[in-house]
Ligand binder design. Structure first.
Ligand code: AFP
Length: 334
């Protein structure tokens, strides 16, 4: 590759474009990169270290904590603590927000993250991910206590993910396009491998856990039946791809089009996925690439969060595909 651009250089170039930049945001991004490299190193040798299996604890999600979930969480917390810039971190693995900087210091940023997405894949060497979302805190936020950091997705300053797959890839946006970097393990650097990524307006792949079909609303069932019908003119049936890792499935959608769905269920309308550190950052990326993130009833980025671990249904992908799901679900809107 001629003139490889490292992620660090790219972050600093983005900083130079912003006359008000103080370098603090760039520092946070470089800490996320460091955390990603450390987790990638752990995953490459997980089977050789005593870091597989569960810790025996149950997290706020009511799920058994895998040793690597905890290790990935501790890695990100440590890198943010050393940055001395992040004020608060909110993690899927921690019930309460963690104030990294003592209140008397004026840390300007809150970072939300899912340190290891796709935990059911850990013991079978399947794809895994990490998801991050960065919000800037205004002085009024700092006075508001618990509502300090609960801001809608359209106020994110950055969002992205790391995909630990055949290669380790970092994809992020600051609102100025979607950029992809691939880790070169030989030199320990993420190098630019995709700029201003744009996704197809419509795809031919859908990603959903069909095993949950009996729990879905009629609107969701009718949509899935629709894309499974044989109709060559409209490119149906779609193909089903589902890895059990949201990051891997959304990354496929980013490049090939189509959509990922984790709908609400009749007895659990809020669904499984988390707004602040799963749906919102991935929607930031997908919408910067020309797609849509929706609950099926409303757009993800407009939701005013009420709690840090709030769940939402998620329908995310190509614009035309998501708009069609919203049409199928419109009759169900209360
Ligand atoms: P885990 O991290 O608990 O495996 O959950 C992964 C996830 O949040 C998302 O990455 C997957 O798309 C989805 O849940 C898989 O959930 P199901 O196993 O219910 O399909």
């Amino acid at each position: 590759m001629s003139n490889p651009v490292s992620l660090t250089e790219h972050i600093l170039d983005q900083q130079r474009l912003n006359p008000d930049a103080t370098g603090e945001f760039s520092t946070i991004m470089t800490q996320i990169v460091l955390g990603g490299k450390m987790i990638a190193q752990d995953l490459r040798q997980a089977g050789l270290l005593d870091i597989l299996g569960s810790t025996g604890d149950i997290n706020i999600q009511g799920e058994e904590v895998q040793k690597l979930d905890q290790r990935a969480n501790d890695t990100f917390v440590q890198v943010f603590e050393s940055s001395k810039i992040v004020r608060t971190v909110i993690s899927e693995e921690m019930e309460e927000p963690y104030t990294v900087i003592p209140a008397e210091r004026t840390g300007k940023y809150a970072v939300f993250f899912d340190p290891l997405d796709g935990s059911s894949n850990i013991d079978v060497n399947g794809p895994l991910g990490a998801i991050f979302s960065i919000h800037r805190l205004s002085p009024t936020n700092l006075e508001n206590g618990s509502s300090l950091y609960l801001k809608p997705g359209h106020e994110q300053v950055a969002g992205g993910y790391i995909l630990f797959g055949a290669s380790t890839i970092l994809v992020y946006t600051c609102g100025d396009g979607v950029h992809q970097f691939t880790l070169n393990p030989g030199i320990g650097e993420f190098l630019l491998s995709g700029s201003n990524i744009k996704m197809p307006a419509r795809g031919k792949i859908y990603s959903v856990n069909e095993g949950n079909r009996q729990k879905w609303s009629n609107g969701v069932k009718k949509y899935i039946d629709h894309i499974q019908e044989v109709d060559v003119e409209t490119g149906r049936p779609y193909s089903l791809r589902y890895t059990g890792c949201l990051v891997a499935d959304v990354h496929r959608v980013l490049f090939k089009g189509g959509l990922y769905l984790y709908p609400g269920e009749v007895n659990k309308p809020e669904g499984k996925l988390r707004l602040m550190y799963e749906a919102a950052p991935l929607t930031f990326v997908i919408e910067q690439a020309g797609g849509i993130g929706s609950t099926g009833y409303e757009r993800i980025q407009n939701i005013q969060p009420k709690t840090p671990h709030q769940r939402v249904p998620l329908v995310i992908g190509s614009r035309e595909d998501v708009e069609l799901v919203e049409k199928f679900l419109k009759p169900e809107m209360s």
